[in-house]
Structures are given as structure tokens and as C-alpha cells.
Design a protein around this ligand. Structure first.
Ligand code: ADP
Ligand code: MG
Length: 698
């Protein structure tokens, strides 16, 4: 019997394969490049390319591709075959170091927000040796970064790697101040928990809204929804279980550490969590996971919906970004230590995160902003659009004691003076699981919960890493100059707690009163929609911070803002067009047909006997006719709104118009149609209902 360990990573050119297929010299050079960012010379690249190609061909691959993550949010690949003609009329399989290192996809159709126009016409891809190559189907996929010839990043991976490097630089300064000289490298790690819906493919095919937009644009609430809470952690249905089994196998072959899976709150909703790994690899893996999830679903007659809000009135799907910082010596810097000394260092890193999240609430918020996620954040669903941090009671008590110079209850009457020697030992708080906080400390990591299920995790981590790098830089600048390290450290930690305690909230984030308190009393930001938050990426403080750490150039920031807003607008426009179309060509005719049938029946009854009552039919026909008129009016209004939108001159104005007018018209149209759905005979309704979709998979 084959076991998981037999095939785990079998489609990955990982360290085991490298060791087995490369000469000792080549292997050592490559390792140096992977571990220490050392430059790779072309001789080594050639040798690696040959070994990679031979291994891939032996596993059935015929093509290779530079696999990258353009700003559209999906991954992109252009396949080239290994074949090269040989003089005898046959072919040989070839792959050179040059082809491994650099590719030139015809990138003119990827969004660049004007970058390519300003700089160079074409972009190129560059190998990221820290993320292993892998085989998908018959193609060797080489993870790469995608840049313009002016070196402007056209993808999500480049700034992610830069943000990791920025955090590494600043964290090392702090660690050296604490005397940790053996640490060579600090990396962030992420474990993203991925939510998704599974529905029956045949039903999906019948709904144009799902096919074109990934979410339902119409649909009355089903008689049974999620109110029983009977789905959460419930027994997994056989079709779903078979799906999960195959999904795990496919992910394991790709070296992805898929670990847990369970049902979620909503019917047909599930979750998959991998074991955490280095952030850029976790990002690649999450992109791959989303792709494989959809592929495997198709094989099971299912469709995997990754949209943030496929169904109104039912929980949406998010992605929890579990994030920590660790050294190459294996120390998790967000883990309270065993000794007071370690705890002082832990508290400083904790403060760096608190300060970062408070100072750059806007960047964190906008890093997860999409048209889809707007239906969750700031709508009737948690987490809210207000960023706050949950710390748990114990840690909170420690911080309060430090701030107020009072005894910490966990310590017998000891003054909380954060000299390196007097910090109390405290245990990590694992009991309290606050589920509503957008940014929760969970013992030895932070869980950023605002990400949408279809988001690339790159964006959130770019902002998180950069903001924390900035806090650490400010601390290091001060500590390096300090005459008395301990006193300065203590004062800095106290000041951070004092200045930033407003962002700490340990209560219920779903509570309406919290939003009031957060915005009115605490002055926290509440950007409810993408057009509200996105332009703030251009705020001076944000541009200054991101450019000073070399994460983005100013031009890159501008281009990203434009692309994200453009994406928002396009998404909603497609939805609006689809709605208009479905209302006119499917819903209105169905309602009409049913009304005609009722009217015929009424007429027939009347003809039979003057005295025969037909109040049922008449009442219903009246209702349906009124609704039909409303549907028609609302469809026209939506059409007009889309027409008016065309007159908007810039993308920010367009975003506001969509937020204020188009989306409002869309909900009005939906409301009329949903009202019609519940009084129209089922056999007339042109597509599967919520009840059909949500309970379609047995
Ligand atoms: P839950 O949040 O469902 O209780 P866990 O906290 O055990 O589950 O883990 C959730 C995710 O957090 C998993 O992907 C796990 O690998 C990841 N995780 C655990 N420890 C860390 C860490 N130190 N850094 C980053 N991610 C982590
Ligand atoms: Mg979790």
C-alpha cells in the first residue's frame, strides 16, 4: 500500500531531489542562493536547468513555464516545450540556465497601471529559487517574479519578497541589540486558512450570475439557512469527503502541507488549512491550492466557489492569515519566552506589531479590499472594516501594568518595571479564542482575519511586513543610540502601549456599539468599501514608509492603486451587466409567463361560471404585474446608471459612482426579483434557487 510519505512532494523539485540529482558543488551553490540570497552564476544555473529538465521529463513533463502572479490576482503561465530539433530529424529535450533564470512572456495584456507605458514595453520573469519548481499536468512550473525592464514590479511576489527583506533587515538590528549575534536571517511565516463553498456543477451551469461573476446576483432566502448551526464541524457528506480526499492527495504531491479540513458555518461551506510555512512559499502554495481546489471539484461534478460572498444572507468566505516572525535559529519572536530576558524581547516585537497595525490601519484595510470582500467587511458580517487588535486578558493585563507602572496581578506585588530583569513570566493565553477580532493574537502568532477567500495573501503580507519593519526601524534607531539600553527599552515599550492602546479591543467585534466607539471615541478608521480605502495608499505617510523600505517605488504604488480600483469597477460592471441581462431575458419573462397562466386560468373559470370566484388568481396576477413593472423600471434605471458611469473621467470618480449609484440600483433590482421569486411557481423560475444550490451536494 502506498502511504502519504511515499508520494508527498513527488511532483516537486525539492531539496531531496536537488541533493540526489545535482553534483555536490552545484547543490552547495544553489543552497547558498536559496538560504542567503547569494548571486547564482550561469554555470550553476545551467547544471540546475539540466537536472530539473531531466527530472521533469522523467515525470512525464513536456513543457515548462515561468509561473507568476500578475496583478489580476490569479496566476499566469505561458507554456514552452522542451523540444529542440536534432540533425537526424528527431528532437531532443533541452532546457538551459538562461531559460531557467529569465523568461519573456508576452505580457502586454497584463495590467500594469501605466507602468509599462512609462518604462519599457515588455516585462520579464525572473526565477525565485526560494520557492521550489513543481510539475502541474505535463508542465514544469518555475516560480518567478515578474518585472518591467525598468525593474518596476508588475506582480505580487516581487514586493512581497522585498517586504520580507525589509523586515529581516530591521529585525536583525533589534536582535543584535539583544545580543543574538548568531541569528543570520529572520523570516515571516504564514498559515492561511482557506474557506470555500462546494455546489453541484449542473446547477451552477444553469446560473449565469455564478458563471460570469462567481456569486449569485439574485436569490430569495431559502426556508432553511444556517440558523441551526448544524453544518459547522458537522459530518462531512460522502461526495464532499471524496472531494477532500482527492484534493489532499493532489496538494500533497505538490508538497503542500494540507492539514485540516472541516465544514464551516454556512451550508455547503468548508475550510482547508495547511501547516504554516515561509511567507513567499505559503503565498505560492495558497495560489496553487485555490487552483487545484477548482480543478478537483470539476472532476467530482462540483464547483468550488472562492468568491467572498457567493450567497446573500449566508456567511461569506474569508481567509485567515496566521502570521509569525521567526529566526533561522528556530526562535519564534512572537512567542513569550521562558525567561524575563526573552520576554522583554518578545514584548518589543509585540509592541512593534501593535504600533504597525495602528499606524497603518489603512494599508492593512486596503490590502484586502476588493469588490467581493466589500460584501463582508463593513457589511452585515464580521470581521468589521475597522481594524483592531485582540490580545487576550493576560497579555492585556501585562501591558496595562507596564503602562501604569502598577503591579501585575500575575506577579506578587512586583512593580512592572521593564528592566530586562524584572519582567514577569507569563504564560501564553490559549484559552480565550476571540473569533470576531480582525487581528487577533493567538498565543504565538497573529491571525489577520480580514482577507477575502479569493484574495492573494501577498498583498496583506506585504503591508504587514512593511509596517512592522517600520516600527522595528524606529525602535532600532533609538536603541542603537541609547546610553542606557534597559531604560530606553522600557520607556519605548511604555510609550508604544500608551500611544497605541486605542487599537486594542478585546470585546465583541460584531457588536454595533463597537463600531460607534471605535470611530467616535477612539478615532479608528472605518473604510467600508474599496473606493473609500484604496486612494489612501497614496497618502504621504504611506508612500514614505513603503518607499523608504524599498518595498514599492512611488510609480508602483500609483499603478497598484489604479489597478485595484480598475479591478473593482470592472467587477461590478460585469455584475451589473449580468443582472440586467438575467432580469430582462430570464426573470421578467418567467414572471410574465406565470402571470399569463394565472390570468388564463381566471378567464377560464369566469367563462365556466359567472359566479366562480377567482380571487386567488386575480390577487396574484396583480401582485406579479406590479412586481414585473418594478423589475422593468429597476432594470432600466440600472442600465441608465451604467450609461452615466461612462461619463466619469477618472478611476476614483468611477469608483465612487459605482459605490453610490450602481450598487444601489443593483440591490433595488435584486429586491424586486427576489420578491417575485417567492410568489412565482417553481416550474417557471428560470434557474436553481438558493435552496437548490446550498443543499445540492449530498
Ligand atoms: P485554529 O485557528 O483553527 O484554532 P491553529 O491555530 O492550530 O487553528 O492553526 C491555524 C493555522 O495557523 C494553521 O495553518 C497553522 O499551521 C498556522 N500556524 C500555527 N502556528 C503558526 C505560526 N507560528 N506561524 C504562522 N502560522 C502558524
Ligand atoms: Mg484560525
Amino acid at each position: 500500500m502506498t502511504t502519504v510519505s511515499d508520494y508527498f512532494g513527488s511532483l516537486v523539485f525539492d531539496d531531496r531531489v536537488m541533493k540526489a540529482t545535482l553534483s555536490a558543488d552545484v547543490y552547495q551553490s544553489l543552497r547558498k542562493t536559496i538560504d542567503e540570497n547569494a548571486q547564482l552564476d550561469i554555470g550553476v544555473a545551467n547544471a540546475v536547468a539540466v537536472a530539473m529538465k531531466d527530472w521533469a521529463v522523467a515525470h512525464g513533463a513536456t513543457h515548462y513555464t515561468h509561473w507568476f502572479q500578475p496583478l489580476t490576482g490569479i496566476t499566469a503561465e505561458k507554456h514552452d516545450s522542451f523540444i529542440s530539433p536534432s540533425p537526424d530529424g528527431g528532437v531532443i529535450m533541452e532546457f538551459s540556465g538562461k531559460e531557467l533564470l529569465k523568461g519573456e512572456p508576452d505580457a502586454s495584456s497584463f495590467p500594469s497601471g501605466g507602468l509599462r507605458a512609462t518604462f519599457e514595453a515588455r516585462g520579464y520573469t525572473a526565477w525565485d529559487p526560494t520557492s521550489y519548481a513543481f510539475i502541474k499536468g505535463k508542465t514544469l512550473c518555475i516560480p518567478t517574479a515578474f518585472c518591467s525592464y525598468g525593474s518596476e514590479a508588475l506582480d505580487k511576489k516581487t514586493p512581497l519578497l522585498r517586504s520580507m527583506e525589509a523586515l529581516n533587515r530591521q529585525a536583525l538590528r533589534i536582535l543584535h541589540l539583544f545580543g543574538n549575534d548568531s541569528v543570520k536571517c529572520v523570516r515571516t511565516a504564514v498559515g492561511p486558512e482557506q474557506e470555500y463553498f462546494l455546489i453541484d456543477k449542473e446547477m451552477y451551469e444553469q446560473r449565469r450570475d455564478l458563471r460570469f461573476t462567481g456569486r449569485t446576483l439574485f436569490g430569495a432566502k431559502p426556508p432553511k439557512g444556517q440558523e441551526m448551526d448544524d453544518h459547522y464541524f458537522g459530518v462531512i457528506k460522502p461526495r464532499v469527503a471524496a472531494y477532500m480526499e482527492e484534493l489532499n492527495e493532489e496538494l500533497w504531491k505538490l508538497g503542500i502541507l494540507a492539514k485540516t479540513e472541516h465544514n464551516e458555518v454556512a451550508p455547503a461551506q468548508h475550510e482547508l488549512a495547511p501547516i504554516y510555512t515561509t511567507t513567499n512559499i505559503a503565498t505560492d502554495h495558497n495560489q496553487l491550492t485555490m487552483e487545484i481546489m477548482q480543478k478537483v471539484a470539476a472532476k467530482h461534478g462540483l464547483v468550488c466557489l472562492l468568491h467572498e460572498k457567493p450567497f446573500a444572507g449566508v456567511n461569506g468566505s474569508g481567509k485567515h492569515n496566521n502570521w509569525s516572525i521567526a529566526t533561522d535559529t528556530g526562535v519564534n519572536l512572537l512567542s513569550p519566552g521562558e525567561t524575563p530576558y526573552e520576554n522583554a524581547q518578545f514584548l518589543l516585537f509585540l509592541c512593534a506589531v501593535i504600533k504597525a497595525v495602528d499606524d497603518y490601519q489603512d494599508l492593512l484595510r486596503l490590502s484586502v479590499a476588493t469588490a467581493g470582500n466589500d460584501h463582508r467587511l463593513g457589511a452585515n458580517e464580521a470581521p468589521p472594516a475597522v481594524v483592531s487588535i485582540f490580545l487576550g486578558d493576560e497579555l492585556n493585563a501585562v501591558l496595562e501594568a507596564i503602562e501604569t507602572n502598577t503591579p501585575y496581578q500575575g506577579m506578587e506585588k512586583t512593580q512592572m518595571k521593564l528592566g530586562v530583569d524584572v519582567l514577569p513570566k507569563f504564560n501564553r493565553d490559549t484559552t480565550d479564542r476571540n473569533r470576531t477580532s480582525p487581528f487577533a493574537f493567538t498565543g504565538n502568532k497573529f491571525e489577520f482575519r480580514m482577507l477575502g477567500s479569493s484574495n492573494s495573501i501577498a498583498c496583506a503580507n506585504i503591508m504587514l511586513n512593511s509596517a512592522v519593519a517600520e516600527s522595528l526601524k524606529i525602535y532600532a534607531d533609538r536603541l542603537e543610540k541609547a546610553e542606557d539600553f534597559k531604560t530606553t527599552l522600557h520607556e519605548m515599550i511604555r510609550k508604544t502601549i500608551k500611544d497605541h492602546k486605542n487599537i486594542i479591543f478585546n470585546g465583541n467585534g460584531y457588536d454595533e456599539t463597537w463600531i460607534k466607539e471605535a470611530t467616535e471615541k477612539r478615532g479608528l478608521l472605518n473604510y467600508r468599501t474599496t473606493p473609500d480605502c484604496m486612494p489612501h495608499i497614496l497618502d504621504e505617510k504611506n508612500v514614505k514608509m513603503l518607499t523608504s523600505h524599498g518595498v514599492f517605488s512611488e510609480a508602483e504604488i500609483k499603478s497598484r492603486c489604479e489597478i485595484m480600483l480598475d479591478n473593482y469597477c470592472k467587477t461590478v460592471i460585469i455584475e451589473a451587466n449580468t443582472m440586467e441581462d438575467m432580469a430582462r431575458t430570464e426573470i421578467a419573462p418567467a414572471v410574465e409567463a406565470y402571470a399569463v397562466e394565472l390570468a388564463k386560468s381566471a378567464a377560464a373559470k369566469k367563462a365556466l361560471d359567472q359566479g366562480l370566484a377567482c380571487s386567488y388568481e386575480c390577487k396574484l396576477v396583480k401582485k406579479l404585474s406590479t412586481l414585473l413593472d418594478r423589475i422593468s423600471v429597476k432594470t432600466d434605471e440600472l442600465e441608465q446608471a451604467l450609461f452615466d458611469l461612462k461619463a466619469k473621467e477618472d478611476i476614483i470618480e468611477e469608483g465612487y459612482f459605482i459605490r453610490d449609484i450602481v450598487l444601489v440600483k443593483m440591490s433595488e433590482l435584486r429586491l424586486a426579483c427576489d420578491e417575485a421569486e417567492v410568489i412565482t411557481a417553481k416550474k417557471y423560475w428560470p434557474f436553481p434557487t438558493y435552496g437548490d444550490l446550498l443543499f445540492s451536494v449530498k
